[in-house]
Design a protein around this ligand. Structure first.
Ligand code: NAP
Length: 250
């Protein structure tokens, strides 16, 4: 497909930022980079992608808020054209704790973004991509987590549950759209060196868990982005509903 338009939610930092930059390097010419609070990081990532020749639209919006989701895709239509490729990446864990001690409002925030928000982001994309609705087809990669199968006991089981929902969604939507020109896959990262671990409030989480990974190291955001780009690409043309672990064997 020519004229690719890539949307990356949570594209300012971490895995999303790596996807934006790797995609620009791979020749994606038009990229919508969504972020919610860190404008400086968003602009730095956009500049890195522009250095590879991509046109980048930086679009602020909270992917837990339906009006912001609609705005992201309307702005993308207006500035770059309708989305053809989506990295459904924005996600949070909430502050780590035993489940019984967790704040219900925090659990709701995680589900609002990681589940409801991710579904509505995908819906906005599908309405534009599906050949049954006049679109040109496309590809979606949902960012899951190894937490979906490992469970995150004692840290954030609600987050693990939210990613389990994303896995089911990926399988079902992949089947539903298989004859509408849209492939839907997931990537389940393991322990990846990004800011998310500090945000969860557990100091030294990465260092503590690295020895438990079969490869004995954390992964990089670039290593996840490479898997995402493969699933987005035509090299994965017969792959839909798949969830690819990128976890160093975890
Ligand atoms: P990160 O470094 O904390 O970056 C999160 C990104 O999401 C930032 O760009 C942030 O934007 C954005 N974001 C946060 N809340 C948002 C919202 N409400 N609306 C729109 N954007 C929002 O996280 P990460 O580690 O790259 O994680 C990315 C995805 O990978 C998440 O879905 C996460 O669950 C998943 N994952 C990560 C790991 C890991 O070990 N790192 C493992 C498995 C799965 P601002 O810069 O504006 O805050």
């Amino acid at each position: 497909m020519t004229d690719k338009v890539l949307v990356v939610t949570g594209g300012s930092r971490g895995i999303g930022a790596a996807c934006v930059i790797r995609a620009a390097k791979a020749g994606y010419g038009r990229i919508a980079l969504n972020y919610t609070s860190d404008a400086t990081a968003a602009e730095a990532t956009a500049a890195a992608a522009r250095a590879h020749g991509a046109e980048v639209a930086v679009i602020k919006g909270d992917m837990a808020v339906p009006a912001d989701i609609a705005h992201l895709f309307d702005e993308t239509d207006a500035r770059l054209g309708p989305v053809t490729h989506l990295v459904n990446n924005a996600g949070i864990t909430g502050r780590a704790s035993a489940f019984a001690d967790a704040d219900p409002a925090e659990i709701a925030r995680v589900i609002d973004l990681n589940v409801t928000g991710a579904l509505l982001v995908a819906q906005a994309a599908v309405r534009r991509m599906s050949t049954a609705r006049g679109g040109k087809g496309g590809a979606i990669v949902n960012i899951s987590s190894m937490a979906a199968t490992l469970g995150s006991a004692g840290e954030y089981v609600w987050y693990a549950a939210s990613k389990g929902a994303i896995d089911s969604f990926t399988i079902g939507l992949g089947r539903e759209l298989a004859r509408e020109g849209v492939r839907v896959n997931g990537v389940a990262p393991g322990l990846i060196a990004t800011d998310i671990h500090d945000t969860s409030g557990v100091t030294g989480r990465l260092d503590r868990l690295v020895p438990t990974t079969p490869m004995g190291r954390a992964g990089t955001a670039d290593e996840v982005a490479d898997a995402v780009l493969y699933l987005l690409s035509d090299a994965a043309s017969y792959t839909t509903g798949a969830i690819l672990k990128v976890s160093g064997g975890r």
